[in-house]
Design a protein around this ligand. Structure first.
Ligand code: ADP
Ligand code: ADP
Length: 233
């Protein structure tokens, strides 16, 4: 579902590449965990999947990244939006409406779906993420874990086959982080969504991963393997 072939990214103002020598295949319905210290290129790697790199960040991409068979360099992020959903660290910064239900509906508005299809998808997503009781709540009144579940839900109503998450639990307490990670695990199992997840607190997530890509310090090659192998590294 996602492939990287000898991918490297260099930003114009930097002598060292932000990412180099990445080879990775994430099969449909698997969860790949991306770990590494701050500045190791995790966000850059996720950006090559959503198309932000190279289209919006000015990084120069070598090699090839494909999602669902599409070369991300040949498509602008908007053209990939039905295929790849993206969730960041700070849901409040990205919310565009005021309530849970409106936020879940918003992402679908540009898809041209019939109103009853949109309504059904909102209902399905409220149930899937355990948000049904919160549907009329103001987004600002929710806990961090609830806000992050809404952020994931607003992407899921579009029915993306790939979900890319950039440290979605980093602003959360351990209980809320568990909430979000349990949701991700359920998505992979129930919906077959392919997930690429960057996290630095890996002890919480490694149990859910099918494979782990470790981006070490700059200059060292990436390490790819089963969770136990990479953890031993
Ligand atoms: P991580 O997500 O692991 O913290 P990043 O992908 O954000 O790593 O950053 C990797 C490297 O690329 C860092 O040295 C960072 O400063 C640099 N970088 C990231 N984005 C840009 C950008 N838009 N322009 C220039 N340099 C960038
Ligand atoms: P549509 O909304 O296009 O009429 P459905 O709502 O009937 O389609 O869902 C189509 C398929 O997508 C079903 O198998 C359903 O289980 C699955 N599905 C439901 N919700 C989601 C979601 N949030 N993300 C991905 N797939 C989903």
């Amino acid at each position: 579902m996602i492939t990287f072939e000898q991918v490297s990214v260099r930003y114009h103002d930097s002598a060292t590449p932000a990412l180099s020598g990445v080879d990775l295949t994430v099969p449909e319905g698997e969860l790949c965990l991306l770990v590494g210290p701050s500045g190791s290129g995790k966000s850059t790697l996720l950006g090559t999947v959503s198309g932000l790199v190279p289209h919006f960040t000015g990084g120069v991409l070598h090699g090839r990244v494909t999602v669902g068979g599409r070369d991300t360099r040949e498509h602008r992020p908007r053209e990939l939006a039905d295929l790849v959903g993206t969730v960041g660290q700070d849901p409040l910064a990205h919310f565009v409406t005021d309530t849970v239900e409106d936020e879940l509906a918003y992402g679908m508005e540009s898809l041209g779906l019939a109103p009853e299809v949109m309504r059904r998808r909102v209902e399905e997503t409220l149930d899937l993420l355990g948000l049904a009781e919160l549907r009329d709540r103001a987004l600002t009144s929710l806990s961090g874990g609830q806000q992050q579940r809404v952020a994931i839900g607003s992407v899921l109503t579009v029915h993306p086959r790939v979900l890319v998450l950039d440290e979605p639990t980093s602003a959360l307490d351990p209980g809320a982080a568990e909430e979000v990670l349990a949701v991700l695990q359920r998505l992979v199992h129930d919906l077959g969504t392919t997930v690429l997840l960057a996290e630095h607190r890996l002890e919480r997530v490694v149990q859910y991963a099918d494979q782990v890509l470790l981006l070490p310090a700059p200059g060292e090659p990436p390490v790819l393997g089963e969770p136990a192998e990479v953890m031993a590294h």
